[in-house]
Write a protein that binds this ligand. Structure first.
Ligand SMILES: [Zn+2]
Ligand SMILES: [Zn+2]
Length: 119
């Protein structure tokens, strides 16, 4: 779940709806500026997996073995995904966060009103 915000450039009127740095249940999105398209867009940045803890070490280990490492609680693992522009595999993407430069004219865009919810 995330909130979409309306980004509008006051100087040239460019608009983009974006969630900013946000995440779904098992996905993480990041807002990027595609230097080739001159657009702001949300791209998939990673997938979360909820791993079960590893099985406990087998009993009966030799007494000389080092003490087992503390048990790590189950934790989220983030598998990072290479950012990719929707329209071009090899487009150059840069992270973008408000306030940030308009991809069209370079003026600063502030975060606008929430315009919706995605999940
Ligand atoms: Zn602009
Ligand atoms: Zn692009």
């Amino acid at each position: 779940m995330g909130t979409l915000y309306d980004f509008t450039c006051a100087a040239c009127g460019y608009t983009a709806a974006s969630g900013g740095m946000d995440r779904g249940i098992d996905t993480v999105y990041v807002t990027v500026h595609c230097l080739n398209c001159r657009e702001l867009m949300d791209v998939l940045a990673g997938r979360l997996s909820h791993d079960l803890p590893p099985p406990p070490p087998s009993l009966g280990a030799p007494a000389t073995s080092p003490p087992p490492r503390p048990t790590v609680p189950p934790k989220e693992k983030l598998a990072e995904v290479k950012w990719r522009c929707r329209t071009g595999r090899f487009h150059r993407l840069e992270p973008w966060q408000p306030p940030g430069p308009c991809p069209k004219c370079g003026e600063v865009i502030e975060r606008g009103e929430p315009v919706g919810i995605w999940d």
